[in-house]
Design a protein around this ligand. Structure first.
Ligand code: V47
Ligand code: SF4
Length: 394
């Protein structure tokens, strides 16, 4: 990440004295300790926390807020972990009602929506389906690249990569190389959930372990494949579990520099076993918790350049507010999102460009459309005109 000008924190906005020494560290560009992270998660001074995160975010990105025009494609919801990822509402067993696996033609038909939209990225993830192995995805990526050569492919979580490697009896490295040759450009950050073994045993018992998730991303970074990272919060995890998770992400980033963005994911409790057990419906997290997770992500992950808010999960209005809590990037004009809608997200499945621009401008920020690697596609000024275009770092 490029050197960051020192943020200046307005101390009058901090009402919790525990934040003052952390403000000093942020101004000096010093790394926060796990103890600082716990303080940030516990402080009742949400606006003070937002002030710190906003100062750091402005030092990095000024007033610019980026978004990408993307389309989600979920080719199969059949998953062998259906019974053990108890937070997941999307997966099905092969013979269960609602189970599906797209043929290549179905994937291509869905991808053709990109012809009438601005789509520059396909975000492709699915279940761990025994009948959808490496060839299923390499054929799909080749066909997508032939049909939409300008569209970037961000595909397959670390958990799916490990599954494909096991089915093909290949190493993670060789699996990634085969996928990259077929057209995979970057990887999304899913499957991370919470790394601490205790939480994983409760919510995702049979899933790839936390250190294995890290190992897949390390391997991708070593091959030059950039990736994102996430944390699923708002279920059974403690603050210490969150800090442990963020520390593992920060350590890998110090080693490789391969993460582009961090996206905290708010747990949705509808239509999944965990939600029933916890007796929760609707929204499991609160606005405080959502803003806090974004702000702490910005401050604790001092080496990950972008923090993205996912408006489908936390509502467009909260995402807009988050632009003053350390966030510089919004999940884009997504078409056909399924994973959270199965879990109770009541937001729209896609947002038109106008809607996104209105939200960003309404927060007093400058909208910038980016590509998947955060190069500027076009910038917009405050009254809606396209101000400039061109490849530069966003
Ligand atoms: O790993 C599943 C989460 C993730 C639920 O990299 C749930 O740009 C909340 O990672 N409530 C997959 N979350 C999606 C993901 C993602 C999304 C947007 C952008 C990017 C990116 C990555 O969705 C899963 C899991 O953590 N998830 N079920 C649920 N009930
Ligand atoms: Fe399968 Fe992913 Fe759902 Fe787990 S979260 S059941 S791995 S689709």
């Amino acid at each position: 990440m490029p050197a960051v000008p020192s943020p200046v924190v307005d101390r009058r906005r901090l009402s919790d004295p525990a934040l003052a020494p952390i403000a000093d560290k942020i101004e000096r560009g010093e790394r926060l300790t796990a103890g600082d992270g716990v303080t940030l998660f516990r402080t009742p001074d949400l606006l003070g926390l937002g002030t710190l995160a906003d100062a750091r975010n402005r030092a990095l990105h000024g007033h610019r807020v980026t978004f990408a025009a993307n389309q989600h494609i979920n080719p199969t919801n059949i998953c062998i972990l259906r019974k053990t990822c108890v937070f997941c509402s999307y997966a099905r067993l092969p013979k269960e009602d609602g189970a599906y696996r797209y043929t290549l033609d179905q994937v291509l038909a869905e991808s053709d929506e990109a012809n009438s939209t601005l789509t520059r990225e396909f975000h492709i993830v699915g279940g761990l389906d025994m009948q959808a192995g490496l060839d299923y995805y390499t054929e799909m990526f080749r066909a997508l690249k032939r049909r939409h050569p300008h569209v970037h492919i961000k595909a397959l979580t670390a958990v799916e990569i490990a599954h494909l490697a096991r089915l093909a009896r290949l190493s993670i490295r060789d699996t990634l190389v085969a996928l990259r040759e077929a057209g995979l450009d970057t990887m999304p950050g899913g499957g991370a959930e919470v790394f601490s073994p205790g939480v994983r045993a409760t919510i995702a018992d049979k899933k790839l372990a936390g250190d294995e998730w890290i190992a897949v991303h390390r391997q991708a970074h070593e091959l030059g494949i950039r990736t994102n990272c996430t944390m699923l919060y708002g279920h059974v995890e403690t603050i210490e579990d969150r800090i442990h998770h963020l520390s593992m992400l920060r350590d890998l980033q110090s080693e490789t520099g391969g993460f582009l963005a961090y996206i905290p994911l708010a747990y949705h409790p509808d239509n999944n076993e965990l939600g029933e057990t916890l007796h929760r419906t609707g929204t499991a997290t609160s606005a405080f918790d959502d803003l806090r997770n974004l702000a702490v992500g910005r401050l604790y992950l001092d080496n990950i350049p972008h923090v993205k808010t996912h408006w489908v999960m936390v509502t467009p209005f909260l995402s807009q507010t988050a632009l003053h809590f350390g966030v510089d990037d919004m999940e884009g004009t997504m078409v056909r999102e399924k994973v959270y809608h199965e879990a109770g997200a009541h937001t729209a499945q896609a947002m038109a460009l106008d809607g996104l621009l209105r939200l960003i401008r309404g927060a007093g920020k400058q909208p910038v459309e980016r590509d998947s690697l955060y190069h500027v596609v076009r910038t917009f000024d405050a009254d809606g005109a396209t101000a400039a275009a061109g490849p530069q770092a966003a």
